[in-house]
Design a protein around this ligand. Sequence first.
Ligand SMILES: [Zn+2]
Ligand SMILES: [Zn+2]
Length: 376
Amino acid sequence: MNLEQQLIQYRRELHRFPELSMQEYQTTQRIRTWLSEAGITILDLPLKTGVVAEVRGSLPGATIALRADIDALPIVEQSGVEFSSENPGVMHACGHDFHTAVMVGAAILLQQEREQMRGTVRFLFQPAEEDANGAKWLTEQGAMEAIQAVFGFHNRPNLPVGVIGVREGALMASVDRFELTITGISGHAGMPENCIDPIAIGSQIVMALQTIVSRRISSLDNAVISVTRFSAGNTWNVIPGEAHLEGTVRTFQKDVRARISELMRELIENIAAANGAKVQFKWNECLPMVNNSSLFTSIIKQVANEAGLRVVEAERSLGGEDFAYFQALVPGFFLWIGVDGDQEWHHPAYRLSEAALEISARYWALLARAVLEKGI
Ligand SMILES: [Zn+2]
Ligand SMILES: [Zn+2]
């Protein structure tokens, strides 16, 4: 079996047996088996799921990491492919099966070349990207020790096979979550003058929050504020005592991120006070932005040209990606790789082209060699 056939087989096996975040037990076992069969060293870290492995070159050099995420989503598959999910209600709808197979392929290639290779390539097969906890957790288990640079990618359905998207600086947005509880005074719906209505106040807050992006943030910056839950009351003739709201904020600028939480707090507390209500505002920082280091832009493009791949400027995404945690520790770069899909990520009919598997594995092996040859 040649490499391409082997990677197609690996990817299909992962696709048939998808597992949710932090439950990737069989996936972990499969990756361990494939790497072991290729003679690749698996590091002995205290991992519940996920695999950390290394290919050590014969020549001295730096240590870099290549990362693939391995988890799937709680989606009922409707892709119609013959190797559709056999785990009901779970689906590789974000293409992490593809990411995993590609990085196993890169590890196999580098293992074959290790006599001529400089330095060490550590492979991070990371669990739980979808719940945004895996990268941090893997780091806490020691996976990033001695790493000097980190690289990763996401498949991109709207790019054709043979194309990679590259962008220096911010590529994917920071992700924050907010929650607020408005406490008013409950009472008879016919006599609102005796109540403080948290629904009316919450509605003012929802509308006022929309003015932060349009009126308080420069139009040269970017941000999104979405209120995604508004719950209050349980019947038609009682004004409730409380309303609960939550939502998310996304941006590509660090200073905008800090400023938005302050502007939101000010607006929310003042609207509540003006209406005689109390409010509790909670801001939870979820993920920093994926921020690509200028150290690697030219080598990434140069190796792509050598590998016959076409480079385009990567479109930014307001989605979050916990690869950002690794980049907060060491410089790194995150790419898009074209897979010629017909649906966006997380769609029940999500499909990608397997023609991208082998070329992506070869690209990562070449890039790792080139980065280590050049030095960091
Ligand atoms: Zn996803
Ligand atoms: Zn994903």
